[in-house]
Design a protein around this ligand. Structure first.
Ligand code: SF4
Ligand code: SF4
Length: 267
């Protein structure tokens, strides 16, 4: 069997309908002790990360923020589809005798008081920028030339010594500041993204707000009051988010970025 090369992997991903893919060396991604420890545990002889972007269809963002349900549904699909491609890449690597360890693109993440559940096993945005898929924008998202920030990123760590793809010099962010002005939580500013502010707002039915909801029972002593709270629409929304696993409800910074926007034929 012919040895595996970067070209073989990129051709494979292109055939799967993934035009944005590359290979990042592992060293630039080990930016702190935690990432170093993670890699030692999950793939001790890691050489690089195969990273690719799954494209977010722009149309489903149009109804946001009034109705984020199509976007939430599509996001769930994007992750599921991307996970499938990761499995295929891992199998391709293994077929050639190399390890292929999938980095969770969404959940699970490490739950610790240090990371507060905000950090993945590796920084996929950095991996994608190192592999030349795009540049980091003011929204702190990866901005790609053809799709702007409307992508979701996936990565597979491997001990195969693949040739890295070239990092791009170009900055695709035009510094228009539209993302900063449109962010409804004020999480975006010239100094970057305040992830705590963003998540409190964007994950209205995520853990911090579930805990806040539970806390409200401390002040409730009557049986009727407790039942009323348990029957509130907020609980319906918690149930929906938990059963589908779709916690992101804000897509503004993805929606408004003008980079790579499609001009649809009909208004
Ligand atoms: S997801 Fe929403 S709240 Fe978070 S940074 Fe983007 S626009 Fe702001
Ligand atoms: S909206 Fe403008 S400033 Fe924000 S990431 Fe896109 S191009 Fe950059």
């Amino acid at each position: 069997m012919q040895d595996l090369t970067t070209t073989t992997i990129l051709e494979f991903l292109n055939k799967e309908g993934l035009p944005l893919a590359g290979v990042s060396p592992i060293e630039p991604l080990l930016t702190d002790k935690r990432y170093e420890e993670n890699i030692k545990t999950i793939c001790p002889d890691a050489k690089c990360v195969v990273v690719f972007a799954n494209i977010f269809p722009q149309s489903i963002l149009e109804a946001c923020p009034d109705n984020a349900r199509p976007a939430r549904f599509a996001l769930h699909g994007l992750y599921a589809e991307g996970d499938g491609y990761c499995l295929k890449v891992a199998r391709l690597l293994e077929k050639h005798g190399y390890r292929g360890v999938i980095i969770p693109a969404y959940l699970p993440v490490e739950m610790s008081y240090d990371t507060l559940g905000f950090k993945g096993d590796l920084n996929l945005k950095k991996a994608a920028a190192e592999a030349g898929l795009g540049s980091r924008g003011k929204s702190d998202l990866l901005i790609t030339k053809d799709y702007g920030p409307r992508v979701r990123l996936f990565g597979v760590i491997t001990d195969a010594d693949l040739e890295p793809t070239l990092k791009i010099e170009e900055d695709y962010c035009t510094n228009c500041n539209i993302c900063i002005k449109s962010c409804p939580s004020g999480a975006l500013s010239e100094s970057g993204c305040d992830v705590k502010k963003c998540s409190q707002f964007a994950m209205k039915h995520g853990l911090p707000n579930i805990l806040n909801f539970i806390k409200c029972f401390e002040s409730e002593s009557s049986r009727e009051g407790i039942i009323k709270k348990l029957r509130s629409l907020q609980v319906w929304d918690f149930w929906q988010a938990l059963s589908q696993g779709s916690f992101y409800e804000c897509f503004m910074c993805i929606k408004v970025c003008p980079v790579g926007k499609i001009k649809f034929k009909n208004k």
